[in-house]
Write a protein that binds this ligand. Structure first.
Ligand code: PLP
Length: 467
């Protein structure tokens, strides 16, 4: 007999929808048995999770058929909308041939095609693709490859990584050891490998009083100092946008300085483009668009346009060659996941890359980016609660503050962002904020009317909650 399920003394699902007995019973079942990610389940005493029955284009549909714009692309993964005929066809086609095989001692065409496309489309120095199955893991792979490379090339003392305050690279323990956000790491601090956190750019509250568009990354000094330490294996960074930190955006000049400092200190540069690649910032890869050449490039999320879990860590021939030797030398990279390079995922990723690379697709984003800019800027100017509007391509964010001039945040207990989220749900937009940062990362195929609805809803909900 299983032990009794945990149930709090009262659990009444408190939404208008609860006239529906079947839905209530399904939600109760969810509550009994499911533990959702990044969720305080006690919240379900006052608000139920959205039960999504199907999804189409940029919309999620609940059981009553009500549509919600997926304003954050289902945790930033979806590029071409839900239920896309071409992606469905790629998946079905592969399914007829083979769902899965292991990827050691076996290879398959979908993975070969995907690796060669990624190599072709990414910066010139990247030639090798190591597949895994989620973003955190692609980061683990980069960290482990970097450490092992230094061990196998006579630099055994290079064992620490530099990461930025506010940086986020996933939630497995290795990835947490390079995470600069306390809420994710503080409970695990004692067991994490000791890496080195440095103060990075904070453009909204720039300590130098400079403007993002005209600065020269004066804030680079702490990084320069950290790089002078003798035991640094690599630097890991989210290029241009620190996503989980609240879509904090900083200028390319910081990355350019970082590339040259890493080169001169012989330190690996790890670009975590898990959230920003595949068109999010308006280009395929941030590294490529800025002419930068990281030693490792971590990719996941949009790689399958939100269909299936897949990740890739790209690196150079130089790194690869340090692992290439007789078996008995034990220089091989011992890291494996059962679902590495899953053929279904690779097939959908191949179609995703084809669609992204089709003539003119990235150019279709331009008017959408401009509309988001115009509307976001207007909300910022009109609302006394918006401390900043920031944007990088198809990623945009409004940071709510208590005091616009002093840029003072609300205290966390107020949960202002969460209240805006609940209001937006009533109005058919799924905006899941990061604290008090209301942000927009819609599927790239969102149209202008949908952008208007998404951003007008945010404007209205901010006013309803805060005015
Ligand atoms: C920049 C970045 N790196 C790594 C990850 C971790 O990816 P996953 O959630 O697939 O493990 C995320 C997820 O949000 C991310 O934004």
């Amino acid at each position: 007999m299983k032990s009794r399920n945990f149930l709090p003394h009262v659990i009444t699902f408190n939404t208008e929808k609860m006239q529906d007995r079947e839905l209530e019973s399904n939600l109760m079942q969810d509550f009994r048995n499911v533990w959702h990610p990044c969720t305080q389940h006690k919240d379900f005493e006052s608000i139920t999770p959205l039960m999504v029955e199907r999804a189409e284009g940029v919309y999620l549909f609940d059981e009553q058929g009500k549509g919600y714009i997926d304003a954050i692309s289902s945790w930033w993964v979806n590029l071409f909308g839900h239920n896309h005929p071409r992606l469905n066809a790629a998946l079905k086609d592969q399914l007829e041939k083979m769902a899965h095989v292991m990827f050691a001692g076996i290879t398959h065409q979908p993975a070969i095609d995907l690796a060669s496309s990624l190599v072709k489309l990414s910066p010139e120095n990247l030639n090798k693709v190591f597949f895994s199955d989620n973003g955190s893991t692609s980061v683990e792979v980069a960290l482990k490859m970097s450490l092992q490379y230094w061990q196998q090339t006579g630099s055994e003392t290079k064992t620490r990584f530099i990461y930025l305050k506010g940086g986020y690279h996933g939630e497995t323990l290795g990835a947490l050891s390079v995470c600069g956000l306390d809420i994710f790491r503080n409970k695990f601090e004692k067991v994490l490998p000791k890496n080195l956190e440095v103060e990075g750019p904070d453009c909204f509250r720039c300590p130098y009083g400079l403007n993002r568009d005209s600065c020269s990354a004066e804030c680079f000094d702490p990084m320069e100092e950290a790089l002078a330490e003798k035991d640094i294996a690599g630097v890991i960074i989210e290029p241009l946008v620190q996503g989980a930190a609240g879509m904090k955006i900083y200028p390319p000049v910081y990355l350019k300085k970082l590339q040259s400092a890493c080169d001169s200190h012989s330190v690996h540069l790890i670009f975590d483009e898990i959230a920003v690649a595949f068109g999010r910032t308006g280009s395929l890869f941030v590294s490529g668009a800025l002419g930068l050449q990281p030693t490792f490039l971590c990719l996941s999320k949009g790689i399958t346009s939100g269909y299936l879990p897949l990740a890739a860590t790209l690196t150079t021939n130089e790194i690869y060659s340090a692992f290439y030797d007789d078996y008995s030398s034990w220089k091989l990279f011992i890291h494996s996941h059962s679902y590495s390079a899953n053929p279904l995922a690779c097939s959908v990723a191949n179609e995703t890359l084809t669609m992204l690379s089709e003539d003119g697709f990235l150019a279709t984003l331009e008017p959408k980016i401009n509309l988001m800019k115009q509307m976001g800027q207007q909300i910022f100017e009109e609302s006394k609660w918006c401390g900043e509007f920031r944007q990088q391509g198809m990623i945009a964010a409004l940071e709510l503050v208590q005091d616009k001039k002093g840029k003072k945040s609300f205290s966390l207990e107020n949960r202002m962002g969460y209240k805006v989220f609940l209001e937006a749900l009533k109005r058919g937009v799924f905006l899941r904020p990061l604290g008090d940062v209301i942000y927009f990362i819609p599927p790239l195929v969102i149209n202008e009317d949908e952008i208007k609805k998404m951003m007008d809803t945010a404007r209205e909900c901010i006013a309803v909650v805060l005015d």
